[in-house]
Design a protein around this ligand. Sequence first.
Ligand code: AMP
Ligand code: MG
Length: 519
Amino acid sequence: MHALHFDNRYVNELPGDPERSPRRREVRGALWSAVDPTPVAAPVLLAHSPEVAALVGLGEADVASPDFARVFGGNALLPGMQPYAGNYGGHQFGNWAGQLGDGRAITLGEVVSARGERWELQLKGAGPTPYSRTADGRAVLRSSIREFLCSEAMHHLGVPTTRALSLVGTGEPVVRDMFYDGHPKPEPGAIVCRVAPSFLRFGHYQLPASRGETDLLRTLVDFTIRRDFPHLAGEGETLYAAWFAEVCERTAVMVAHWMRVGFVHGVMNTDNMSVLGLTIDYGPYGWIDDYDPDWTPNTTDAQGRRYRFGWQPRVAGWNLSRFAQALSPLLDGVEALQEGLQRFADAYARADHDTIARKLGLAECRDDDIECMTVLQGLLQQGEVDMTLFFRALMDADLSDASLSAFDDAFYNARKRETVAPGLRDWLAAYARRRADDVLDAATRRERMRLANPRYVLRNYLSQQAIDTAEAGDLSGVHELLDVMRRPYDDQPGRERYAGRRPDWARDRAGCSMLSCSS
Ligand code: AMP
Ligand code: MG
């Protein structure tokens, strides 16, 4: 572990805050503040991702050493680490919120692996920073388990995401009022070490722009392109435009994947949007059980449902417009930024059409197929049909079977099943005709569908069950769920229970269908 090689370009090349203390404050003219993690009472390693350990250059012996929990619990630093909290702002629920920053995230440093890859190691829940405002800088076990598991599940599903190296219990309680209803209680605390090439967010650029700090903005943009987008060519405005366009494209691809697997981020504020197009900041996210584009897991969002499943593509576009606005001081006209936004729309349409073709097992997506998918989605919504189970079953279904028995597991409501059955039968007949007209042979089609339609997703109630047992001291549920999610497209004999539909008891249970931002 002591052999990890750090090259901390962010703090070494960018202006930092001269003050070195966690005192809460406004930080102007600087992109980061040095701050050490606050040690915890009794750090214990609860879970780790072997794949991420290998990525950053840590072996199983490193993970097993007592130093590991101390370092990734915030009680010790390795040589070369230079901890800091990043300074950024953001639009929250559509309103400009000013300075936010890493209130409970502390980057330890940038590891350069033997393969030459750069990985930022960031603790979440490691104690107060200058950006903690009124909060404590800590995180509870339940939300840390959710971030840990979902980061890895998303990766294995093929969705661009930040990763998670470790989950460390702190041995300290954290007080949270889970439903903001005046009932605070102590909960076990934990710290996740997140890993990504960079945790830069749209909000990092918005904050200096909002303050008229154009030189600082330019410095950060130049740095980002140099470090994280070295393949981009050109200079000046041309280079900035190319960079913005690439951020737009990556964002489009990421959101199209969310829609493919039924992931709802829940808090798509601009401070939670990565410029690398990675899914970032797992909070009150959720997974679609019955197909419902209006569903949001976030109780804070229950009124406006801004971040509902079906709105994610348009919210991503809105966020990119805010990002474009932040970059506008660096560009003469607005055309380049408008072109970038058009790239988002085009890239999203392309990715969506690709998703349609893959989910339906077609060689290509024709114009009619877009309508075909829309009709199907309408039926799934009307019939309260499970999204994951339906598409997986479609792969092997007898399309002429009027009983719809291949989809038995996917229905939540017998009456609604009766209502949509005629429509579904018609749809399946039309789909069978379309398939007959497609060039793919049966085996190729099945494989294409298998790899687009997961058997296992991180259903909200599965995480909650793992959390319930973990809070009672048994981490085996977390380990097993992590292992199931390593191969989400494979049938895993003996693990059928992880592939079932949401049980009735979980329908309206806290943590299963409703999540608050309290974490
Ligand atoms: P989020 O909605 O989780 O993305 O958080 C929005 C802002 O609140 C970010 O600046 C976070 O760092 C900050 N924040 C959230 N929870 C805490 C906490 N417990 N302590 C300090 N800052 C926090
Ligand atoms: Mg955040």
